[in-house]
Design a protein around this ligand. Structure first.
Ligand code: CA2
Length: 146
């Protein structure tokens, strides 16, 4: 049984498609996850999708991935810019980590320019809209095959 890829989304991303479509697009999180699931099936990857508004819950899923995950794709939301705890958890994970941001965080407020998670991520995608999750999954396929 191949190990799953964890797709983790952080705080407020449950609101996708419901507010600020000019920044985050019109698709809901369920729409996005469904599209990523279809691609995962095409690529022969198993996917575990989770979203939480709680930092500790995200850390627990990273720990779970330590036990049974092949890789992690994470959009940590605003925890990107604040959470040493998520960085520490990711540093305890041995597989590939890809960081995704729907918006281009470098084009936004300066407090969004720094990412703790980028200190661990093997790659970062920002500003590609929700398509970034699909691009990350394609890259993940390459990384887990190595
Ligand atoms: O661009 C991204 O994906 C972000 O990770 C999104 C975070 C933001 O704090 C990061 O700086 C960049 C915010 C997620 C909020 O998501 C919403 C979606 C729809 C409506 C309202 C919020």
């Amino acid at each position: 049984m191949p190990k799953p890829i964890y797709l983790l989304n952080g705080p407020n991303l449950n609101l996708l498609g419901r507010r600020q479509p000019e920044i985050y697009g019109a698709e809901t999180l369920a729409d996005v996850q469904a599209r990523v699931e279809v691609l995962a099936a095409d690529l022969g990857l198993e996917l575990r999708c989770h979203q939480s508004n709680w930092e500790g819950q995200i850390i627990d899923w990273v720990h779970q991935a330590r036990d049974d995950g092949a890789g992690i794709i994470i959009n940590p939301g605003a925890f990107t810019h604040t959470s040493v705890a998520i960085l520490d958890a990711l540093n305890a994970f041995d597989g590939p980590v890809l960081e995704v941001h729907i918006s281009n965080i470098h084009k936004r407020e300066t407090f969004r320019h720094h990412s703790y998670v980028s200190l661990r991520a093997d790659g970062v995608i920002a500003g590609f809209g929700t398509e970034g999750y699909l691009l990350a999954l394609r890259r993940m396929k390459t990384l887990v095959a190595q």
